[in-house]
Design a protein around this ligand. Structure first.
Ligand code: NAP
Length: 440
């Protein structure tokens, strides 16, 4: 029996058991996404961007043109790619107690957050632990996960925040299928209430093709294929949570994917440089694991990142379809956190460029989100009652002057036309299954 068949059988069996135990019929899912949000933003015409302009969204046209001048200047300053430092963000919220009701064996909800040693993953993980979640910090190395735990605990203590949930450091290198399998096995099928697929890499501006341990182009390899395998291996754990406390509070397990507005070539961030597009997946058809670009085009690191974010959305939609067809109550949703220059995402880019870009977007044009704001988005996707039982939706953190702490509004948005292509989602799934060894 292939691993894929085993996973699928387990899924169906667990769904049946879970539903029988709960006396439920499947109640997933709200229809997919193009229904609510409208385009609210004017374009930011940053020329051939060296930086991701993710979710750098709406601003009045005059501000937009001023931004062009400043950002154009910033681009002109960029000359060499050096490593950038990675500021560490931590929770700054007052603790809240969990509202779950204990009836059987577990008294707290559990969540796995990938890429939780830096950026919005670290911030979100800290906030979830403060809200009573047992958080597994799934990081590239155990040492990074341990450092993240120590950092969250130290900051919480310094700010008088009580972490009512636990923090468990774990190694899960998404650039290694062996590491992912070892991490999944280490959980010993413990019920899992939420899986946050947050880790990500991008190498815009440096078109050297980097590869994972298994030979995949690293951007798609980590951002999509690693998460694809991890999710498939943890589906039984998510299903197990559907029938075990504290899910008796009526909530259902969630898969949350940190995508990005740049998955959409029509978005302000996605329309700079080459747009996301998988074409007919020729790169995979012709080259298998040795692919460089999914559509078979010449390698472009910036497009590879955008493509990987498109894969995130196509994967999430196809996974939700499969779960719904299997009668599962697990929901799958994606979100774009906004442009956040103070995470580690830009570490491979020219630090001078990043500095100027950071200053311009944060201090002059006020189009950037903070790490705190991005972490809040992640937490909302995991915890919001508004999303209970709702799947196949995309939330976007768009610029909305005067709204919230940073002039952003997090609301349901549209995904790109290509992301709505169910047949492409199925084709990507089939290729991905083969590449990660879930099918022959
Ligand atoms: N910042 C933005 O403007 C923005 C906008 C839209 C979407 N996003 C998305 O938000 C997510 C989080 O990014 P961020 O901005 O918070 O950047 P970040 O600080 O660089 O966080 C990325 C995380 O992914 C981890 N990671 C990278 N390669 C990995 C691997 N092989 N195995 C396991 N973990 C790995 C990193 O760990 P290491 O420290 O070990 O590298 C880091 O913890 C990403 O998916 C990104 O695409 C960001």
């Amino acid at each position: 029996m292939t691993t894929s068949a085993m996973t699928s059988q387990h899924l169906h069996a667990r769904v049946a058991r879970a539903n029988a135990a709960r006396g439920l019929r499947a109640r997933v899912v709200a229809p997919a996404g193009r229904s609510i949000a409208t385009a609210r933003r004017s374009a930011i015409a940053v020329s051939a961007a060296r930086a991701e302009t993710d979710d750098a969204a709406s601003a009045p046209a005059s501000a937009s043109s001023r931004r062009d001048v400043v950002l154009g200047g910033a681009l002109a300053l960029a000359s060499s790619a050096l490593a950038a430092t990675t500021p560490v963000a931590i929770a700054d919220e007052a603790p809240t107690t969990t509202e779950t009701t204990t009836t059987t064996t577990r008294d707290r909800k559990s969540v796995v957050v990938t890429g939780s040693n830096s950026g919005i993953g670290l911030d979100g993980a800290a906030k979830l632990a403060a809200r009573g979640y047992d958080v597994t910090l799934a990081c590239r190395t155990l040492a990074k996960a341990q450092a993240a735990k120590a950092s969250i605990e130290a900051t919480a203590a310094a700010n008088g925040v009580v972490l009512t949930g636990s923090l468990t450091p774990a190694e899960c290198d998404l650039a290694s299928l062996d590491s992912i399998r070892a991490f999944a096995a280490s959980r010993r099928a413990a019920p899992l209430d939420a899986l946050v697929l947050n880790a990500g890499v991008e190498f815009s501006g440096d078109n050297t093709v980097r590869r994972t341990a298994d030979g995949f182009e690293i951007t798609v390899g980590v951002n999509h294929l690693g998460h694809f395998l991890l999710t498939n291996l943890l589906l039984p754990d998510l299903e197990a949570a559907a029938s075990a406390s504290p899910q008796s509070d009526g909530t259902t397990p969630r898969v949350v994917v940190t995508a990005s507005e740049v998955h959409d070539p029509a978005s302000p961030g996605g329309n700079v440089g080459l747009g996301a597009g998988l074409g007919d997946l020729r790169g995979l058809a012709e080259n298998g694991a040795a692919f460089e670009m999914l559509d078979g085009s010449p390698y472009d690191a910036d497009k590879a990142y955008k493509d990987s974010k498109l894969c995130n959305v196509l994967f999430a939609r196809e996974l939700q379809r499969r779960l719904r067809d299997a009668g599962s109550v697990v929901t799958v949703n994606t979100f774009g956190p906004g442009l956040i220059t103070r995470t580690g995402l830009f570490r491979a880019q020219n630090p001078l460029f990043v500095k100027v870009f950071d200053f311009a977007t944060n201090e002059i044009f006020h189009v950037a989100e903070t790490v705190d704001g991005g972490g809040d988005c992640l937490v909302r996707m995991v915890t919001d009652a508004e999303l209970e039982g709702v799947g196949d939706v995309y939330y976007n953190n768009g610029i909305a002057p005067g709204e919230g702490k940073t002039g952003h509004k997090f609301e349901r948005g549209d995904v790109s036309a290509e992301a709505m292509d169910g047949e492409k989602g199925k084709a990507l799934w089939a290729y991905s299954e083969r590449l990660v060894g879930l099918s022959a």
